[in-house]
Design a protein around this ligand. Structure first.
Ligand code: ADP
Ligand code: MG
Ligand code: MG
Length: 906
């Protein structure tokens, strides 16, 4: 059987369906599905993603030849369904079509759509005549030349210049003193069409194609080409979408929202994408085509009455003005509103998820143009999952699996401090386009946003409106402020997807490429400004922010995670305060407590420096005696904060030179403080110099050359634990030896630890349970894990070092080549962020398996950065780890990821 390249839909029938997203793209699969469930959709067809892959391999001519017959046959089917003919064809109404891209996952604004294709000097006349709406016909024609000229023929604004098409429109308007496009007459539009063709000829060096079939093939290939535009590639990289997926092409009969006052177009959501509230909402424009709503050029009206009333209240618009000038669809076209409302309910129930829909009303008839599971903020994601579970729309497993762990991060994000906000000066109020709080310096271009943020500045991107070219800059900014655009404008949709705060359509503001004015007051580049994307308020200057508390729906989500997880989550914490925070987030113990971090605080550094300077064992012991009580106190605080839960404490790990100063002044200070000659300090610092400190005298190599350090640390831990136990607490210390490569290194350290513990038990007359284990972070340790497990009671995979040593990439130097490796596709991800499952992960797997082979009940966990990264957490679950450990603020994310891993693997 030959491969099927083209799938038709229309008239309540379809060759594809919803679960064919890989082949038809999200848009195509859902267009098919909507047909199947009786939702009105204009007829058309979808060219598969496989054709895109072939296009990238074989090129244009081969692919056009391959699908030509299918496409022609499918156009005939579309003609029949819509009772129209493609091109000028005698008495028939001309069929115009849209050509739209659609990948497996939605990539908003990434791929370009061409509308009204099929228009030429003949078809426009027939349409004008048959529709009786001449102005509509010519308006559609000029839109087509503009879109096709831009998307397919590459006619666009050169850097710093105006769009040549817009210049034509501006001239016609200013010559006639028109305030808007709407005032243009048929004669004006005819002039515009003629001028547009000249613009194309001048800029593209060829005539605008008049043959509809040429137009069609040009547009289809342009969609395939757009898969490899810079911004599409960038979006894929950010969202981890493989380049191989390709995009489908959707060719669909046009329906016209710009046919006059009984026509309209809009975008709507079955629930509130910002808050999660179960309220149908959206925006529409009378007498407009789809792109008018999205581009933000005209400010759209609300679909529901309640939404419209809320809008007026936010905006300070009186009820009288609202009802007269900005009525909701519910008021303006009540019957169509009811129909749309029924469709949105049907679609949400069908897909069991919040739907983001596009619709067009053509002369009183409703057509749906798209539906997809809507993007949402972290807060909305949580609320919707909890609500839908309660409503019985989804089950618990679906609720857990649907959540994006990384999005929980947004709920942990800052909001403005109450006191700071009370005294902050409100400059303006706009639409709360994407929630959160942001404060930063004003920049006016995406490039500046990137540049400034690269050098560590926090910036707010201020634009008249945003377009897909601004994506990188939006990513780099803390928040986005736009002069124009509604809740479904590009800026709003993209910002919500990114979890960035955004305020749009702010009242009284005007933006030029280099200046911002708010109610007459000028702001320049670099001035501080603050945005509240939850209320739409814009504030002068810097406003202090705080982190929100977590309860309510968030707590319910965490309970769901708890009920469905096998692994538990610990935290990496070095202070009692961090331990406490993490415990509130649901951490069940500490996976990594780094003792050396404590050495840098206050006067402690002098004791460790004294130890480093000591010439002999006696001197070192004297210095260590000073450190003992300090360490004991630290451990006591942490063990107490994690009372009843395991606390893995790592013995001293970094090379000693990290504790000594390098500059002359600090060396002199050290000499004076410790009462030695400055030359002694210098000589010591020099002697500590290493060519490759990461592979040098560090980790257990310190403890094995200076056993007294291990002895002191073990004593501090065990004494702290005994004292707590005597007070009735339940401390559970786990002493971890770092950087083991051979079992003997561990054996010797274990000997010291156990001997010391026995002594302390005897001295105190109290005993505590404790464990001795090791970090698996040197490849040799992973490979010989069976031997090591004969001594170690637990393993904690130190995947940062394991990645460093397994790849042979110095973590501190990888910045020079990793970004290039990722760009060139040599690596898919930064292996220090996302565990390399095929390589380093295999060392982890081997370590787990070998460890269990000699000690079946060995406790297994991970403490590298990867412990808070969802795909790595899933891997840890698959190799049978007991827990993952991560920084306190990632604990909720890891808990959810752990539950998802468990549900997926069962
Ligand atoms: P995106 O993926 O950026 O949303 P779309 O392909 O959905 O792009 O289309 C862009 C705009 O064109 C949308 O507003 C959509 O409603 C409109 N549109 C697409 N196809 C048609 C059609 N057949 N008739 C009328 N409008 C259309
Ligand atoms: Mg769309
Ligand atoms: Mg390490």
């Amino acid at each position: 059987m030959s491969t099927k390249y083209v799938y038709t839909f229309g008239d309540g029938k379809a060759e594809g369906k919803a679960d064919m997203k890989n082949l038809l793209g999200g848009k195509g699969a859902n267009l098919a599905e909507m047909n199947l469930i009786g939702v009105p959709v204009p007829a058309g067809f979808t060219i598969t993603t496989e054709v895109c892959t072939e296009y990238n391999k074989q090129g244009r001519d081969a692919v056009v030849a391959m699908i030509k017959d299918n496409v022609e046959a499918s156009i005939v089917k579309t003609e029949e369904a819509m009772n129209a003919k493609f091109g000028a064809n005698g008495d028939a109404f001309p069929l115009l079509i849209s050509v739209r891209s659609g990948a497996r996952v939605s990539m908003p604004g990434m791929m370009d759509t061409v509308l009204n294709l099929g228009m030429n000097d003949e078809t426009v006349k027939i349409i004008a005549e048959k529709s009786g709406a001449e102005k509509f016909a010519y308006d559609s024609y000029r839109r087509f030349i503009q879109m096709y000229g831009g998307v397919v023929m590459g006619v666009e604004a050169e850097n710093g210049k105006h769009d040549p098409f817009e210049l034509v429109l501006d001239k016609v308007k200013s010559d006639n003193n028109y305030a808007s496009d709407a005032e243009m007459t048929v004669a004006d539009l005819k002039t515009v069409v003629a001028e547009f063709k000249k613009v194309v000829k001048e800029n593209a060096g060829q005539d605008f194609p008049t043959n509809p079939w040429d137009q069609l093939w040009g547009a289809i290939c342009a969609v395939f080409d757009s898969w490899n535009t810079e911004r599409a590639i960038l979006y894929r990289r950010m969202e981890q979408i493989p380049d191989e997926w390709g995009t489908a092409v959707n060719v669909q009969a046009m329906v016209y929202g710009n046919m006059g006052e009984t026509s309209a177009t809009g975008v709507c959501f079955s629930r509130d994408a910002a808050t999660g509230e179960d309220l149908f909402n959206g925006e529409y424009l009378i007498n407009a085509q789809g792109e008018d709503v999205v581009s933000g050029v005209r400010t759209p009206q609300e679909i529901t009455l309640i939404g419209s009333k809320r809008w007026a209240e936010r905006n300070g618009t009186s009820e009288e003005v609202r009802a007269k000038d900005f009525p909701s669809l519910e008021e303006a076209m009540p019957e169509l509103y009811n129909e749309l409302n029924a469709v949105q309910e049907k679609l949400e129930n069908h897909y069991h998820d919040m739907q983001d829909m596009e619709f067009t009303i053509q002369d009183g008839k409703l057509w749906m143009l798209q539906t997809r599971n809507g993007k949402r903020t972290g807060a909305a994601m949580v609320k919707m999952a909890v609500d839908m579970l309660a409503e019985g729309l989804i089950d618990e497993k679906t609720a857990v699996l649907r959540l994006e762990p990384n999005k929980l991060d947004e709920l942990l994000h800052p909001v403005f401090e109450k006191s700071a906000i009370a005294s902050a000066k409100v400059l303006s109020k706009g639409l709360p386009a994407s929630p959160g709080a942001a404060t930063g310096k004003i920049v006016f271009s995406a490039e500046d946003a990137e540049e400034w943020s690269d050098r560590g500045e926090k910036v707010i991107l201020v634009r008249r409106e945003t377009s897909p070219e601004d994506l990188k800059g939006m990513y780099a900014a803390e928040g986005i402020l736009t002069e124009r655009g509604g809740m479904t404008s590009h800026a709003a949709v993209v910002a919500r997807g990114m979890g960035k705060c955004c305020v749009s359509s702010a009242a009284g503001i005007s933006v030029t490429p280099s200046a911002l004015k708010i109610n007459g007051v000028a702001f320049k580049e670099g001035d501080f400004i603050s945005l509240n994307g939850t209320t739409g308020e814009v504030y002068e200057g810097k406003v202090a922010t705080i982190t929100p508390t977590l309860d309510g729906d968030f707590g319910k989500i965490m309970d769901l995670a708890e009920n469905n997880t096998r692994m538990y989550v610990r935290t990496n914490a070095d202070t009692p305060a961090d331990a406490k925070t993490a415990r509130e987030f649901g951490a069940k113990g500490i996976g990594l407590c780094r003792t050396e971090h404590m050495f840098f605080e206050g006067e402690r550094i002098w004791a460790i420096r004294e130890m480093i300077l000591a010439e002999d064992l006696e001197g070192r012991k004297a210095a260590l005696d000073k450190l003992l009580p300090i360490q004991r106190q630290d451990f006591s605080g942490i063990l107490e904060a994690m009372d009843g839960l395991g606390v893995t404490i790592r013995l001293l790990d970094p090379p000693l030179h990290e504790f000594t100063p390098n500059d002359a002044a600090s060396q002199a200070e050290m000499a004076e403080k410790l009462g030695v000659d400055v030359e002694v300090v210098k000589a010591k610092v020099e002697s500590l110099h290493e060519f490759n400190p990461m592979l040098g005298h560090r980790g257990c190599r310190l403890g094995n050359t200076y056993p007294e350090i291990t002895e002191m640390q073990a004593r501090a831990i065990i004494e702290a634990a005994c004292d707590l136990k005597a007070k009735g607490l339940d401390p559970k210390p786990e002493i971890m030896v770092p950087l083991i490569g051979t079992v003997k290194e561990l054996k010797m350290q274990e000997g010291i630890i156990r001997e010391t513990a026995a002594k302390v038990f005897e001295e105190k007359g109290v005993k505590v349970d404790y464990m001795v284990g090791t970090m698996i972070e040197i490849p040799r340790a992973a490979v010989t894990a069976d031997e090591i497990a004969e001594v170690a009671e637990f393993f904690s995979f130190g995947t940062n070092d394991l990645t460093q040593m397994g790849f042979g990439y110095s973590r501190d130097d990888a910045g020079k080549f990793l970004p290039i490796y990722i760009r060139k596709g040599i690596l898919k991800n930064d292996p220090f962020q996302v565990l390399d499952q095929d390589g380093i992960g295999q060392l982890v797997r081997m370590g787990c398996e070998k460890g269990k082979s000699t000690r079946p009940n060995i406790k297994l966990g991970i403490c590298g950065e990867h412990g808070g990264e969802p795909s790595s957490v899933e891997f840890c679950n698959s190799v049978g780890m007991d827990y993952v450990s991560c920084s306190p603020f990632r604990v909720p994310i890891a808990r959810l990821a752990a539950a998802q891993a468990n549900l997926k693997q069962n």
